[in-house]
Design a binder for this molecule. Structure first.
Ligand code: ARG
Length: 277
């Protein structure tokens, strides 16, 4: 038997989150949202707070965006921009219900002195963009098919100066890249192949031969909507199978309960934007 000794090294991160005080399911813009299902706001805030505390306890820095009344999806802070090498590519939401969130994110980044690049193409920030700094010299993976439009991938490449690999999402349940794929360290990813077109699956297999492959149960439990610091992988507690797979290759799974936010069609990653200097 061959034993592989995986040396996983965590790296300190800076994140942005937004409290779900005004969270509700008032409209349905993805298949997970059911406007008739009740949401427990108090429990939502409690679970979100636990997630924030978990990140702080792991040694990460968490900035907060002020939530706004009338923007119930603002808790999904990952969608407001995409930040690489200190440059911020702004979001332009597909649905008008979320459009105003972009300005709140922009104001945050500008007040903090980040270099902000305004978009002219539809894109939902880190919902559809992932960065893998040590893969092929620094690679951006980008989803399209449901929210972010293909021209935004080229715009992001020009804005950020890193190669962007376009991946086509084909299953409406996995409408954002970040529910089907995640970076688990600086060079590797985990993904659910069934969320992607056959050609995009081939591209992923070529670029990431050592990727962790997720299954149906993992993706349906929102397990791929995770945040990793290179060692600690914070993920939805319902994704026990994925936690086991990650543990088997040397990662340390940190499960969190986010039952309420699943009703909006999101989990851990959706709530967290990474600010990369
Ligand atoms: N209700 C939100 C929407 O449909 C959920 C966004 C989830 N965010 C994410 N990064 N996948 O837009």
């Amino acid at each position: 038997m061959v034993t592989v000794n995986h040396q996983r090294v965590p790296r300190k991160r800076t994140y942005l989150m937004c409290s779900p005080e005004h969270f509700a399911v008032e409209y349905a813009i993805n298949p997970w949202m059911d406007v008739t299902a009740p949401v427990d706001t108090e429990l939502t805030v409690k679970q979100w707070d636990r997630l924030r505390e978990t990140l702080v306890q792991l040694g990460h820095e968490v900035h907060l965006l002020t939530p706004e009344r009338g923007l119930p999806d603002m808790v999904y802070a990952a969608n407001g921009a995409f930040v690489v090498d200190g440059a911020v590519y702004g979001a332009q939401f597909k649905h008008e219900q979320r459009a105003a969130e972009a300005a709140a994110h922009r104001a945050f980044y500008e007040s903090q002195g980040w270099r902000f690049i305004a978009p002219s193409e539809t894109n939902e920030g880190e919902g559809d963009f992932a960065y893998v700094p040590e893969a092929h010299g620094g690679l951006i993976l980008a989803g399209h098919g449901f929210r972010t439009e293909l021209p935004a991938h080229a715009e992001a490449q020009e804005a950020l100066g890193r190669p962007v690999v376009s991946l086509r999402l084909v299953d409406p349940r996995f409408y954002h890249l970040d529910v089907a794929l995640a970076a688990i360290d600086d060079a590797n990813i985990v993904y659910f192949p069934g969320a992607f077109s056959a050609a995009s699956q081939k591209v992923l297999a070529q670029l990431f031969p050592d990727a962790v492959i997720a299954d149906d149960a993992d993706v349906m439990a929102f397990g791929l909507n995770l945040v990793s610091d290179g060692l600690n992988v914070v993920l939805n507690s319902e994704a026990a199978g994925l936690a086991e797979k990650l543990e088997a290759v040397g990662y340390h799974p940190v499960p969190v309960k986010l039952s309420e936010l699943k009703k909006g069609g999101g989990s851990v990653k959706c709530c967290i934007a990474e600010l990369r200097h």
